[in-house]
Ligand binder design. Structure first.
Ligand code: B4P
Length: 186
């Protein structure tokens, strides 16, 4: 079973939902950059205040800061037995830095969740986080297309295997599809 895994997909594709479920079932560490940022925002630190303005606008936080946060997090003891990285990399420079950190063989699988745009907008409006207004959601989807889709092409060009998983259906059904993918990789 693959133990060093990335989960990717547009905002609202269910990355966080699936990563939490699969990690709990398989004893992997759930490393979610959105959660790391929300924790920083919650504490009200200077960094958290700066980050909040960026996240609420639907833009991406700077690559340098994101990379530092992920590097420190992946060095924690809890990540040594395997992890599912959720929300990183979102740009090509982040992907380059990650491959340098882990090595090309350091990523065993990339699961890409595919969900149609209208379903995404519907899900996120229901979720109702402060960054889930319709205008911000549409902007985040544009940012995804411009900044994150090229990451998939970059990873493929580096020989990293990407497996597309249908992200529509019940949470349990999607989790089973992902587990099937992870089980098939050794
Ligand atoms: P994230 O926290 O990663 O948020 P997301 O991409 O919007 O959500 P996700 O895809 O995890 O969806 P979820 O499971 O919640 O990022 C937030 C922000 O942080 C970014 O916009 C950016 O500003 C910043 N950021 C994060 N990482 C960064 C990076 N690397 N670089 C720069 N900036 C970064 O699911 C969504 C909703 O759908 C939920 O309400 C859920 O209940 C529902 N749902 C899930 N599965 C469903 C299903 N099967 N059917 C119906 N509904 C479902």
């Amino acid at each position: 079973m693959a133990k060093r895994v990335l989960i990717m997909g547009p905002p609202g594709s269910g990355k966080g939902t699936q990563a939490a479920k699969i990690c709990a079932q398989r004893g992997l560490d759930h490393v979610a950059t959105g959660d790391i940022l929300r924790e920083a925002m919650r504490t009200g630190s200077e960094m958290g205040r700066k980050v909040k303005a960026v996240v609420d606008s639907g833009n991406l936080v700077g690559d340098g800061l994101m990379y530092e946060l992920v590097k420190v997090r992946l060095r924690e003891e809890s990540a040594q037995g395997g992890f599912m990285l959720d929300g990183f990399p979102r740009t090509v420079p982040q992907a380059e830095a990650l491959l340098e950190l882990l090595g090309k063989d350091g990523i065993e699988a990339v699961v890409l969740l595919r969900v149609p745009e209208e379903a995404i907008v519907e899900r996120l409006l229901l979720r109702g986080r402060t960054d889930d207004t319709e205008e911000t959601i549409r902007h985040r989807l544009e940012v995804y297309e411009k900044e994150t889709e090229p990451v998939l092409r970059y990873l493929e060009s580096q020989g990293v295997k990407i497996v597309v998983v249908d992200g529509m259906g019940s949470v349990d059904l999607i989790a089973k599809r992902i587990e099937g993918v992870l089980d098939a990789i050794n």
